[in-house]
Design a protein around this ligand. Structure first.
Ligand code: HMG
Ligand code: MG
Length: 302
């Protein structure tokens, strides 16, 4: 089985979408460019969602227009509906992400649609993207728990994942939106979904609220998953999942993978520098343990 692991950096979108302070376009552009320069091949650049719902993503069109795109790097953006797709298309997005949920309550809170309504809404988006040669990624939220409903039946996760895959998404990112899952649960969930969607088309998207994200990634690796979402410095949270921590930190994932014989193409030292810079810019300490360790004077030589 391949030792290459694809990292989808979601810091500039999942990481920043929940920030209350204003972050200017120049900072977002610099963050995206630095992450691509650090060797990441997929850097989520924004979301074409309602600015009333998620104000922090309002300038995603400007961000897309300003980033210097690197050859071989994709810059996905979220598109909940055809209006979002049109914005992404005029911004020359190479990849879009449709985002559904395995929980009815989360779906209503996040995109104001039932699961069935959301799937209907995604169909024309995927059709338009196919016609335009734009790649489509699919997200399923709340795969290991929902902030409103608690445990979610695995069959819901399987059903929504299969629906997005059958619609034409090249990869299904399975989101532990509130970071409650454990490795045993992650393993069972991946096995269930892999019964209907090829494991090569699955990605893990783990938030670290309960400190389980790296262990969940390792369990998913053992099940054959080779694509993971993470956010530099562990930035983030979800506006519709109160209390959820950020995504697992990219530096921590890369450190674990490289130390375990996997390759990612990412430059860990460059990621650590970016992590320190964006954390300073946001006025906080990096959530990444690797960045903290590598910048602590006593152990940085290791
Ligand atoms: P709605 O209010 O039902 O939409 O929102 P509507 O169709 O009734 O339209 C209402 C207004 O919104 C209209 O404007 C539309 O033009 C406008 P008005 O006439 O009032 O001036 N509108 C839009 N504006 C910009 N872009 C659009 C758009 N669509 C309509 N695309 C909607 C429905 C889906 C738009 C809204 O609920 C929304 O934007 N939700 C996005 C929420 C979001 O971004 N959540 C965070 C991302 S998901 C996540 O983080 C989880 C993930 O990381 C994985 C995981 O961790 O699990 C992916
Ligand atoms: Mg997320």
């Amino acid at each position: 089985m391949s030792n290459h692991v694809n990292i989808v950096e979601v810091g500039p979108r999942d990481g920043l979408q929940n920030e209350k302070q204003s972050i200017d376009v120049a900072t977002k552009v610099e963050l995206i460019e630095e992450l691509a320069d650090a060797g990441l091949k997929s850097v989520e650049a924004g979301a074409f969602v309602s600015p009333k719902w998620v104000p922090q993503m309002a300038a995603s069109d400007e961000v897309l227009a300003k980033i210097k795109r690197k050859e071989g790097v994709s810059y996905p953006v979220l598109t909940p509906n055809i209006k979002g797709y049109e914005g992404a298309r005029s911004g020359k997005a190479d990849t879009i992400a449709i985002f559904g949920a395995a929980s009815e309550s989360f779906s209503k809170k996040n995109i104001n649609a039932t699961i069935e309504e959301s799937l209907e809404r995604f169909k024309p988006v995927v059709e338009a993207a196919k016609a335009d040669g734009v790649r489509v990624r699919g997200y399923v939220s709340c795969v290991l728990g929902c902030p409103y409903e608690g445990k979610i039946p695995l069959e819901n996760v399987v059903r929504v994942s299969k629906a997005l895959y059958d619609m034409g998404a090249y990869e299904i990112s399975l989101g532990d939106t509130i970071g409650v899952g454990t490795p045993g649960e992650a393993r069972a969930m991946i096995r269930a979904v892999a019964g209907e969607v090829p494991v090569a088309a699955l990605a893990g998207h783990f938030h670290d609220t309960y400190g389980q994200a790296l262990a969940n990634i390792y369990a998913s690796l053992e099940e054959g998953v080779r694509s993971f979402d993470s956010s530099v410095s562990g930035l983030g949270g979800c506006p519709y999942a109160p209390g959820a921590s950020g995504n697992v930190a990219t530096e921590d994932v890369v450190y674990m993978l490289h130390g375990s014989g996997f390759e990612t193409g990412a430059d860990l030292d460059a990621l650590v520098r970016t992590s320190v810079w964006i954390s300073e810019r946001l006025g906080r300490h990096p959530a990444s343990k690797v960045t903290r360790a590598k910048t602590a004077a006593t152990i940085q030589k290791m």
